[in-house]
Write a protein that binds this ligand. Sequence first.
Ligand SMILES: NC(=O)c1ccc[n+]([C@@H]2O[C@H](COP(=O)([O-])OP(=O)(O)OC[C@H]3O[C@@H](n4cnc5c(N)ncnc54)[C@H](OP(=O)(O)O)[C@@H]3O)[C@@H](O)[C@H]2O)c1
Length: 349
Amino acid sequence: MTEFMQRALELALKGQGHVSPNPMVGCVIVKDGEIIGEGWHEKYGGPHAEVNAVRSLEDEAQVEGSTVYVTLEPCSHHGKTPPCADLLARLKPKKVVVCNVDPNPLVAGRGLKKLSDVGIEVETGLLEKEGLALNKRFFTAMTKKRPYVILKWAQTEDGFIAREDYTSKWISGENSRELVHQYRAEEDSILVGTNTARYDNPSLNVRFDIEGKDPLRIVIDRNLELSGDLKLFDGSQPTICYNTQKNETGKNLEFKTLNFEEELFPQILENLLQRGIHSIFVEGGRFLINKIIEAGLWDEARVFTGKVKFGKGIEAPKINLAPSASMDIGEDRLTLYSNSEYEKRPSGH
Ligand SMILES: NC(=O)c1ccc[n+]([C@@H]2O[C@H](COP(=O)([O-])OP(=O)(O)OC[C@H]3O[C@@H](n4cnc5c(N)ncnc54)[C@H](OP(=O)(O)O)[C@@H]3O)[C@@H](O)[C@H]2O)c1
């Protein structure tokens, strides 16, 4: 039933910002048309959704004969926790329904096979697109072997991201800035180019009383010319500086060399994936964002357009795609672009 899977998807979302690089997963146990148990994967390394749903019951024997709705195929391998497929196989629900088969090669159909091998009915593909959208970061990391990339910038009504003197205050309003902090809390990392670090001196942390962890900060600085006094280098939050000069790891600050003679962004993607980073929020500037757009290595763009006009300055990047949505955020207009097959489109179920 779609409504039960919808509930499992809602529960899964509660794990946002807490479970990466694991996928977000929700689980609902249904008997006689009623939800009797619910759970979700709450934090990385903690129990999976199925385990939490079973624990929410008075007695695990209630699972027998039930239908279990779980947004992602139950795992079949021993990771940080024992396999959920084994748990369900032992507790004998009548049926297990999932949105998506797990793309992780360690699972990939094996969890479902464990269930069908003991006579449990298995259904896949219920709210499939919603499941893919929920875990777009995880699916991108598994299938494209790179983190999910979200571009963000604020532009004036006449299409500039900064003035000629590189200043860019105040293009967008308070509501937009608050939303950006929410967006930061949802991703594993935030990346900026050298000039953005130099001229804007951003903190790239999560403020506005928004709950969530501060993402990994990443800055590009080819010849280590940026001042050590910038907020990015204050050691308050994990930070990586990609450069050509040194490899060095200090408290919350790592310098890592890459080959700047070759395209840099693909190397950044590869290095971050190796570290278990599944998403990057790119906060400019123009040079960096244009490089990423040219390479087609982006999944979403979130563009805030303010009411102010600069007349001249640094032109905003342009995207050659129709927007997927747009909405008012306070006085500003937010336009969304999607370049990912995992972005939400209704599945028609
Ligand atoms: N309105 C907004 O939303 C917004 C957001 C961010 C920034 N800004 C404004 O944008 C301006 C900066 O824009 P920008 O285009 O000059 O700066 P940027 O993209 O932040 O920095 C450009 C520099 O970073 C290095 N870099 C960036 N991407 C690279 C890549 N893929 N490969 C190799 N090197 C790369 C290069 O440094 P080297 O030349 O040293 O190699 C490049 O010259 C500032 O005025 C800032 O205020 C506005």
